[in-house]
Design a protein around this ligand. Sequence first.
Ligand code: DX5
Ligand code: ZN
Length: 219
Amino acid sequence: TSPIRIAPSILSADFARLGEEVRAIDEAGCDWVHIDVMDGHFVPNITIGPGVVKALRPHSEKPFDVHLMIAPVDQYLEDFAAAGADIISFHPEAGAHPHRTVQTIHALGKQAGLVLNPATSLDCLDYLIDDLDLILVMSVNPGFGGQSFIDTQLRKIEAIRQRIEATGKDIRLEVDGGIDQTTAPKAIAAGADTLVAGTATFRGGADHYAANIRGLRGG
Ligand code: DX5
Ligand code: ZN
């Protein structure tokens, strides 16, 4: 099995048939299901809430990787945990007390991820990294699928990989935004172990999902 995990973003799925789409990527061999939650306030788009996450839960047993782009974030953690999230990731800008947010996610029995926007520096990791299960590097500005990969984020991925190795802990390094056949190998070479892909997974229709996912893994 490949050490690279592929987490299709269902933002690029057919929203009228979301359950079917989740089953299709599950059967196509995805590792996680990436769910983008946007509030029209922290980011300029509105997507999915806990009700949809709950409705999707019976359609796959793979981990639900829930990316919260909402502020304030703390008041919704319990709802997403109850809806069936396995990994809950949030942005440090989305609340005044990121350490408390991590503690709350862990108290709910879920894995915690911290998401760094393209312009967010690594300082926020200084006193938090040991408590994280996942670090998610945004290689586009959050809000929409189908944007182009921002190359400066490769340096950030490299730097975070070094910091993860220094902890000696099993912390996942995920990259989100503009991942395709060309950018996936660059992100992997920089140290990413988990790739989110919306457009590149769902292109071509369900018959192509398995090949699309295989292609992102590197064949
Ligand atoms: C952007 C989301 C991403 C997005 C990725 O705010 O966090 O998960 O859906 O889409 P692609 O892979 O199309 O760039
Ligand atoms: Zn995302």
